[in-house]
Design a protein around this ligand. Sequence first.
Ligand code: HEC
Ligand code: HEC
Length: 480
Amino acid sequence: MIKPTQNTSELSANGVRSNTSGQVAVRERLLLRIVVMLMVISVTMILTLDYGRAERSHDNDATEAQRQKETDIDRQNTDNALLMVEQGRQTFRYDTFGDEGFWGDTLKLHLAIEGTKFGGVGPGVSPSTALAVGLKVDVDALPQPLVQQLKQGKINLDDPATTLALLKLNSVVGVQGQFNQNGSLKSIGINCALCHSTVDNSFAPGIGHRLDGWANRDLNVGAIISLAPDLSAFTNLLGVDEQTVKTVLAAWGPGKFDAELALDGKGFRPDEKTAATLLPPAFGLAGVNLHTWTGWGGVSHWNAFVANLEMHGKGTFFDPRLNDAAKFPVAARAGFGNVRNDPDLISSKLPALQFYQLSIPAPKPPSGSFDAAAADRGRVLFNSQANCIQCHVPPTFTEPGWNMHTAAEIGIDDFQAKRSPDEHYRTSPLRGLWTHQKGGFYHDGRFATLLDVVNHYNTLKQLNLNEQQKRDLVEYLKSL
Ligand code: HEC
Ligand code: HEC
């Protein structure tokens, strides 16, 4: 406020003409007022602009500014990144890597889906049944007239014919049909999106826009595989009868899958509960070193593992750790440590697939889904008294480096850890926890709620948190 005054007096001194000193004083005051008003307005505008910008995110500004400074080479790199994200998304959503050979030709799941009416077996799978086992429908793949009919309740959701129509539209998330001339199913394959995508339910429960990277905790993989008319691939691989396979699959329940079953043949834990683990989210993984609950390797290792060994696509996979016949009897027998296929339908897609996954940020919690003041207090606790930050280091919320711990360090049994090469548990990245509260927490969902998790640490690490502090910590976890 000092400067304008000086300026105005300078102005008048430098020849603002006036007839009387009284008039000069009036003019000076007027000028002063205008200048001050302009100052206030401009300062307010600058502040508002700055605030708005900060709100919109500094990252965007930085990206914009950087793009303007890019050289040709920089631009090539950026364009390449965008292309890889696009290719990776296609692969993640729609590529089967030739796994129809397993899900269709071997398990004959397509016959169970279409039912006897279309030349298959059994009653067939209606959309209602499909939704009930957690399959999702991508509303953006449906033509408008169909969306209208669905809205008006004119589509029969109890008819397997509708499922075939939805498959033909490529709208069943993670499931890919191949069709015969007469419209019946020739085969069926699965995609990564089956387990690692869901929909936002914007149209109806189970029907909406795709949410890639979200764990589908409704999906009952065991029930779906159990529908297969021919389970001999499992009985042969595991060396057990069909009833045993069915018992193992039935024990998984929604939101779970056992990626290690086909390696060690263990269907149940010593406590007789299922050996399956929860489907983890596949977002927020950039900067995370080891992946899966037990840290099998990097994203590219695991993607190759899953595409070859779990989805049964046709590619190349090398991991000599699987030749350990004591730990992985099934894998060693089957030669999973060194898989080769010609043609290789997987390897060329892995770089972009990894890139896409790393590009998916953990989704932010909706406003109002947690108590912000409590979450603020919880953050302080997380970083101090509760010392969660020792392992869950922001922004990834896992350790930069070798992010692995023994079962004893986190106070649980080592059954699942022992089924992996490193025999440790990987520090779970915590962002987006709010998206996968169904099914519980930790690799097997042993803690039903976040409060249960906090209680566990409170006892294990003797944190002396009172009830209020525990609740604050939970609100913070919900805010990540
Ligand atoms: C049938 C369900 C299913 C399908 C299909 C599937 N996954 Fe997974 N995915 C899982 C399960 C279960 C785990 C946890 C495995 C474990 O820890 O033993 C997992 C773990 C992962 C992880 C580690 C995430 C983390 O926590 O760090 C990534 C990455 C991943 N999958 C990517 C993929 C990709 C890419 C595909 C397709 C090539 C795919 N998955 C297909 C069930 C599935
Ligand atoms: C010694 C390292 C360590 C410390 C300290 C630690 N965690 Fe963890 N945390 C882990 C590991 C390892 C896992 C994975 C457990 C599993 O998969 O069974 C995990 C899992 C979790 C999960 C479950 C994530 C999911 O996806 O299911 C939550 C929530 C969590 N921790 C919160 C906390 C909180 C809150 C604290 C502080 C009170 C804390 N952790 C302290 C290592 C740690």
